[in-house]
Design a protein around this ligand. Structure first.
Ligand code: HEC
Length: 118
């Protein structure tokens, strides 16, 4: 009976622990997988980025952007990815993307990498 009570006592702690973790995620989260942005990013990728990054993101002259060797996993924050793309990509014409295009490309890539939040 006593052990049972202790077990019950731990339950709120466990729940609080989970709540903590997810609220941290939510605090960092700046990304909603906005369907329109993801779709715009997909189109941009298949017209502008695929030449160097492969039709399926597997890499070509540029590194893989999703899949097993995805270099996008190296970006810890969504905003880092977005800014990197805005400043450096496409590599043959850096700075040519509008902020919305860079955001769209990052949204698409974040989704392809199954990344959430931050
Ligand atoms: C002319 C070839 C070329 C095109 C076009 C191009 N890239 Fe790249 N990309 C590269 C190369 C080469 C690298 C690796 C060198 C570097 O990081 O600058 C790279 C790196 C990247 C990285 C970082 C990978 C990492 O972790 O180092 C991202 C993200 C990326 N490209 C996204 C894009 C997007 C989005 C587009 C389309 C808007 C695009 N690229 C178009 C050649 C290209």
């Amino acid at each position: 009976m006593k052990a049972w009570l202790v077990g019950l006592g731990l339950l709120p702690l466990l729940l609080a622990g989970c709540g903590q973790a997810s609220s941290n995620g939510a605090t960092n989260s700046t990304v909603q997988y906005d369907a329109a942005l993801v779709s715009q990013g997909r189109t941009l990728f298949s017209t502008t980025c695929y030449v160097c990054h492969g039709k399926n993101g597997q890499g070509n002259t540029g590194p893989a952007l999703w899949g097993p060797n995805s270099s996008v996993q190296g970006f810890s924050q969504f905003s880092d990815l977005e800014q990197f793309i805005q400043a450096n990509m496409p590599q043959n014409n850096p700075g040519s993307l509008s902020p919305t295009q860079a955001l769209a490309a990052a949204s698409f890539l974040w989704k392809q990498n199954h990344r959430h939040g931050s």
